[in-house]
Design a protein around this ligand. Structure first.
Ligand code: SF4
Ligand code: MG
Length: 315
């Protein structure tokens, strides 16, 4: 059993634009080496901000991020930049169109001055193969590749520095569904092979369900439900998770829940509703939800949920 705490955010108040959003309140987000933590929620729910905090790209105004048993500030910054890498949604804009693929992948090695020229060339070839491309591809330019291939290049570039943690921000959202499955499969294989740890961000619950060991469902900068993905997807407890899940098409139509349509728009995270942040859109909201804000409560299934329906009444 591996008990390495790879990173952990506690009681974080995360800065977002000019205001602050309470993104992780009294909960530890934790992911073990070789596993994936999925962060799911609608756009604007604070997933990307949280990711940036994990990466140390955004200042955490309360709480701290612990990575490999050290706070981010305790790390040698150069080492930290190598150990944590990020993959972005758009494989089109994240690759320089005037740079050959080989030199894009090699760039990190050049910057950090790793290995001899020959060793770098070998590493680039190895990385190309690792992501399912061929060494000849190194001499081509990004526009000669499909979206899926470009995302493979982006992954190869990320892997060049042997990172421990990779934050994937909507890495397959710009791709066709069939290509999504291939890229997800590749990420999974690479994880097993290299014992990589992922934080995997997506608005798409089905994508997250395929890759995550643990899932956190976010709404307006708060975690509504978090737990082992097997338990959470089998029996979602939070009405928001239930609504997200009801929109998924299950392979077995007899088990398909009735679609729960969410009415109303996502309110501004700067000015969240009182009480439960989900109450204006929640089909099960009742009086208490307007006034009191439910905290995350641990259920005996290992899932934590922030909803009055699951809070013991003596509280
Ligand atoms: Fe819905 Fe109330 Fe639960 Fe919030 S606390 S999710 S409004 S039932
Ligand atoms: Mg985002």
């Amino acid at each position: 059993i591996n008990v390495t705490k790879h990173f952990k955010v506690t009681s974080g108040l995360l800065g977002l634009q000019s205001g602050t959003v309470r993104a992780v309140d009294g909960v530890s987000l934790q992911v073990e080496q070789g596993e994936t933590l999925g962060l799911v929620g609608e756009s604007g729910c604070g997933k990307s901000t949280l990711a940036k905090c994990i990466m140390g790209l955004e200042k955490v105004t309360g709480g701290e991020v612990i990575f490999d048993n050290k706070t981010l500030a305790g790390w040698d910054q150069k080492k930290l930049r190598r150990s944590m890498q990020m993959i972005f949604q758009d494989p089109y804009s994240s690759l320089n169109p005037r740079q050959k693929i080989g030199s894009i992948i090699r760039e990190g090695l050049d910057i950090h001055n790793i290995g001899s020229k020959e060793e770098r060339r070998e590493k680039v070839n190895y990385l190309l193969q690792l992501v399912g491309l061929r060494s000849e591809h190194g001499n081509r330019y990004p526009h000669e590749f499909s979206g899926g291939q470009r995302q493979r290049v982006a992954v190869a570039r990320t892997l060049a520095l042997d990172p421990k943690l990779i934050v994937c921000d909507e890495p397959v959202s710009a791709l066709d569904v069939s290509v999504q499955a291939q890229v997800l499969g590749m990420l999974k294989d690479l994880q097993t092979q290299l014992r990589l740890t992922y934080v995997f961000i997506s608005h798409d619950l089905s994508v997250v369900s395929h890759i995550s060991n643990k899932v956190a469902v976010m709404y307006l900068g708060r975690i509504m439900e978090i737990g082992p993905s097997k338990v959470l997807f089998k029996d979602p407890k939070h009405p928001y998770t239930q609504a997200l899940m009801s929109a998924l098409l299950l392979p077995d139509p007899t088990r398909q829940p009735e679609r729960i349509a969410l009415t109303g728009d996502l309110p501004s995270p700067m000015n969240p509703p009182t009480g439960c942040p989900f109450h204006p859109r929640c089909p099960q909201a009742f009086e208490k939800c307007r006034n009191g804000r439910p905290e995350l409560m641990a259920l005996d299934t290992g899932v934590q949920v922030a909803c009055w329906l699951h809070t013991p009444s003596e509280l």
